[in-house]
Design a protein around this ligand. Structure first.
Ligand code: SME
Length: 166
């Protein structure tokens, strides 16, 4: 059994410190990317407040393909450069969208989503995929969320065998 213990959700650096510790524990002794991205998705969805979707898209055959997630069923394939996810992957940098209605090309998988944070999974220059977080609240994510999720992304990348991705 795995219990989620976060000190507080108000102090974001402390929250992400807790999450980094829990993710390190989940990754310990296991390098399967499906298992580890599934556990990352569950950890994020159940510990970050005000999310309606948390998961990953993984690069396969030159496009992003839906991977493990928590939330409603979502669009399966996203071309590089399309939507928030494809933009983050193509730019190899995080994209923080305070209002998805104001982001040209946003792909609406869940009509409830109002703001979004997408962080690429990078192994050096190689894009492996993205972590995607959606919230029903506008302006839900800030620089502290971005820094925290980028740290989790780095832990995830270091903790998996990515040979099935590409
Ligand atoms: N909104 C994303 C699509 C994925 S869903 O949010 C799960 C995008 O614009 O890329």
């Amino acid at each position: 059994m795995f219990d989620i213990h976060v000190a507080t959700t108000a102090d974001k650096p402390a929250l992400y410190e807790d999450l980094a510790g829990m993710l390190s524990g989940l990754l310990s002794g296991e390098r399967d990317m499906v298992a580890n991205t599934a556990n990352l998705s569950a950890l994020l969805f159940h510990s970050l407040p005000d999310l309606n979707w948390a998961g990953v898209y993984l690069l396969r055959g030159g496009e992003l393909v839906l991977g493990p997630f928590q939330g409603k069923p979502a669009c399966v394939r996203i071309a590089l450069g399309r939507g928030v996810c494809g933009t983050a992957a193509a730019r190899r940098e995080s994209v923080l969208v305070p209002d998805v209605h104001a982001f040209p090309g946003h792909i609406a998988c869940d009509a409830a989503s109002r703001s979004e944070l997408v962080v690429p999974l990078l192994l050096g220059d190689r894009v492996l995929g993205v972590i995607d977080l959606d919230s029903p609240l506008p302006d839900r994510f800030d620089a502290a969320d971005q820094a925290g999720v980028e740290r989790l992304a780095a832990l995830l990348v270091a903790g998996c065998d990515w040979s099935p991705v590409g």
